[in-house]
Design a binder for this molecule. Structure first.
Ligand code: BGC
Length: 730
């Protein structure tokens, strides 16, 4: 990137100084726990019933927002305020209320505020939690700069179903990735100055049929082994709040589940922040058939442990009367209010200076935030296929770029764009042209069709452009509206006639590099075997265009790995690597084994998979010879060699299987990973460690145990790694 002009550099320095000062001030505000309790109790003693209910009420910026609610102390927190003028005005109203209790300003800040980073699933593909921490730090810094204080993130929902559009907001199908990335994101948000709300507790991602908001059935042992550990990690990482989920889990809506929200979360895990409902989820208890009316819904939710009502207005409308009538004990109300006030005191809201209305998020992106966004985007893209070294692109060739997504920077931002602006980024075509100019390559463009590709009238022009070029870069996938919340899909194909366009491009005989812009693995059909290369770019953010061009032209060696298995077809879903074994493992010569009649049973690309422009070789596996005791740490050492002629980064992955146990255990489980950089020819001896305490599993009653016996170990660069050995746990 060219050096920024002097005036920009000065403003950047000013921004960094202000951000640093804000953070330092926040750190200095930390109050002693006893002082927090004293002040919370003192306020509670002085509050009216209506003011107490107010602290449990969260409203949104928008048509329903009335400043007088804040002035009269009937709102405790707000969502969707995202500029400092509105934030300052609302906070000033709160300060003028009778007790002057400040509002908490929340927003969905997932993958950036103004500078957009890749979506969380894409960040997870880096297999480098430090990069997720960096992204979260920047997102928080920028949001905190304009006065946002609280993010509804990270999403800690393990997702095993790509039909579910929200898969892109999480970390994929593996609980270790879930724990590592959830903790890293919380640390990053905190470092940048935001409080967090881990969500959606619990089981939201397993909606039947991949349908958003649908019921989920998760057996207790599976819940404890797979779905809950990332949430537990969030509590350990100090999340200030937890968001309860919309769904019914095993027949009980999570918003009405005391065993989850109080028993597990507080009594077992020791969480002592507050729980906020998801959007209107309390009133939805009526539609769930759990409550007859709003008043009952409110009673059930607050008793279960939902402290704050996001946008259903149930607490506001009914709670005071319920308390007066004795149907909700005063102590239950006070307990929720205390949790909210303590959290506000803990994060320093009472002492913090309010948002400065003269600020603007237009000071972002800065050169530094762009650099960070590009660093993450570079490592998030996953090279899935590269026949005969098609990539990186050779110099001096003529390239036909095809696909409307190549000229849409908005679609590079992805869902939950916060204050991201399309014009802050460069589109794919622009970035390819910019880079091609330096490589003596020529670039022609034909969209073929628009993003949804219902109309094929532009296909001929695209085929002509392909015919005149040496190589085609097709940029296809899901326009942003097709992914995220409320974007469950029954088909996993690219929309409209995109596949037909791709098939026609391939039929020209020109090598076709497919760049997929998408929130999940997409079903490409048989044409995938005829692609010259396939790069899953996800929604890569503000610097995504540049990062993509760097990969295509070989300035950057791709190193992303799939955080989810890539199915061949939607009919295989759910298809995950860490499945339980069957008594009839797949055999090609035996119909009566685990198979489909009409499709292969394995994924198109396995979990953890991703190619590089170099090759890595793994050898010399060293495992402990003696049995390990329960308190030990398993150390697995191997040599990793860069066997190619380019420098590269590789995510080394360690998998284990508990061979004989009292319950069937997964055929493989990721137990450790580390991303390392190797120069051409360089070899490194690497040791990955797993505490033996992490080799256990849960029973149906939620109890955890590590059983003695033999474990098989694999080490390599994806879940199909074949360097293997055995260890014994005593
Ligand atoms: C989503 C949450 C989000 C909330 C506020 C809900 O629809 O499920 O994840 O934080 O809206 O935007």
């Amino acid at each position: 990137m060219a050096a920024p002009p002097v005036s920009t550099r000065r403003s950047v320095r000013a921004v960094i100084a202000i951000v640093a000062a804000t953070l330092a001030a926040g750190a200095a505000l930390a109050l002693e726990p006893a002082e927090i309790d004293r002040r919370a109790d003192d306020l509670i003693a002085r509050m009216t019933l209506e003011e107490k209910v107010g602290q449990l009420t969260l409203v949104s910026q928008g048509p329903g927002y009335r400043p007088e609610m804040v002035l009269s102390g009937r709102v405790g927190a707000v969502i969707n305020f995202n500029n400092p003028q509105d934030i300052a005005a609302a906070q000033a109203a709160a300060r003028r209320s009778r007790l002057g209790i400040p509002l908490l300003f929340g927003l969905d800040v997932l993958h950036g505020f103004r500078t957009m980073f890749p979506l969380p699933l894409a960040e997870t593909a880096t297999f480098d939690p430090d990069l997720a921490r960096l992204a979260a730090t920047w997102a928080a810094r920028e949001a905190a700069y304009v006065g946002v204080q609280w993010t509804y993130a990270p999403m800690a929902d393990l997702s095993r179903d790509p039909r579910w559009g929200r898969m892109i907001e999480g970390f994929g199908e593996d609980p270790l990735l879930g724990r590592s990335f959830t903790s890293a994101r919380i640390a990053g948000f905190h470092a940048g100055g935001l409080a967090t709300s881990v969500k959606h507790f619990a089981g939201y991602s397993a909606g039947a049929g991949g349908r958003d908001y649908d019921e989920t059935e998760i057996p207790p042992a599976t819940l404890h082994d797979l779905y809950l550990p990332p949430f537990k990690a969030a509590v350990e990482a100090g999340t200030e709040t937890v968001m309860s989920a919309f769904n019914a889990l095993n027949g009980i809506p999570s918003t009405a589940n005391p065993a989850l929200l109080t028993g597990l979360l507080r009594d077992t895990w020791g969480f002592d922040g507050f729980v906020v409902s998801d959007w209107s989820a309390i009133s939805e208890l009526v539609a769930h058939g759990i409550a007859a009316d709003d008043a009952e819904a409110g009673r059930i939710a607050i008793q279960a442990g939902v402290d704050m009502d996001m946008m259903s207005g149930v607490y506001e409308r009914t709670l005071a009367d319920e308390v007066k009538a004795g149907r909700v004990p005063q102590a239950v109300l006070d307990r929720a209010v205390r949790r909210v006030l303590r959290t506000k005191l803990r994060v320093g809201l009472f002492e913090r200076s309010d948002a400065d209305p003269s600020r603007t998020d237009a000071v972002f992106p800065t050169p530094e935030s762009r650099q960070a966004a590009r660093a993450v985007a570079r490592e998030s893209m996953v090279l899935l296929r590269n026949e005969a070294g098609t990539l990186p692109l050779a110099a001096g060739r003529s390239i036909a770029v095809v696909g409307a997504l190549a000229t849409s920077p908005l679609d590079l931002i992805g869902p939950h764009g916060a204050r991201g602006h399309a014009q802050d980024g460069i589109d794919v075509l622009g970035a390819i042209k910019e880079r091609a100019a330096g490589a003596g390559a020529s670039v022609a463009f034909a969209p073929g069709c628009d993003g949804m590709c219902a109309d094929g009238s532009g296909f001929d022009a695209a085929i002509d452009a392909a015919g005149r070029a040496d190589l085609v870069v097709a940029v296809l996938g899901e326009p942003v509206d097709m992914t995220g919340e409320a974007a469950s899909r029954a088909y996993l194909t690219p929309p409209g006639r995109q596949r037909e366009l791709l098939e026609r491009l391939v039929a020209t005989g020109k090598p076709v590099v497919l760049v997929l812009i998408a929130g999940r693995p997409l079903e490409l059909g048989p044409v995938v075997d005829r692609l010259a290369a396939l790069l899953l770019a996800w929604y890569p953010g503000t610097e995504g265009g540049h990062a993509l061009a760097e990969i295509l032209f070989g300035d950057v060696n791709p190193s992303g790995k799939l955080p989810v298995s890539y199915p061949r077809t939607v009919g295989q879903v759910p298809l995950v690597y860490n499945r339980l074994p069957t008594g009839r493992p797949t055999r090609a010569d035996n119909r009566f084994t685990l198979r489909y009649f009409d499709e292969r049973v394995d994924p198109l690309y396995p979990f953890g998979f991703g190619l590089s422009y170099t090759r890595f070789a793994f050898s010399d596996l060293v495992l402990p010879r003696d049995g390990l005791s329960q308190g030990d740490t398993l150390q697995v050492t191997a040599t990793v060699r860069n066997a190619g002629d380019r420098a590269g980064r590789v995510a080394v992955q360690l998998y284990l299987r508990d061979l004989v146990a009292s319950r069937s255990r997964p055929v493989r489980e990721l137990k450790a990973f580390r991303k390392i950089a190797l120069e051409p020819g360089e070899r490194r001896s690497l040791t990955l460690e797993v505490p033996v305490a992490e080799l256990g599993f849960h029973g149906e009653d939620g109890s955890y145990r590590v059983e003695p016996g033999r474990f098989q170990v694999w080490l390599g660069e994806d879940s199909a790694a074949d360097l293997t050995g055995f260890v014994e746990v005593r």
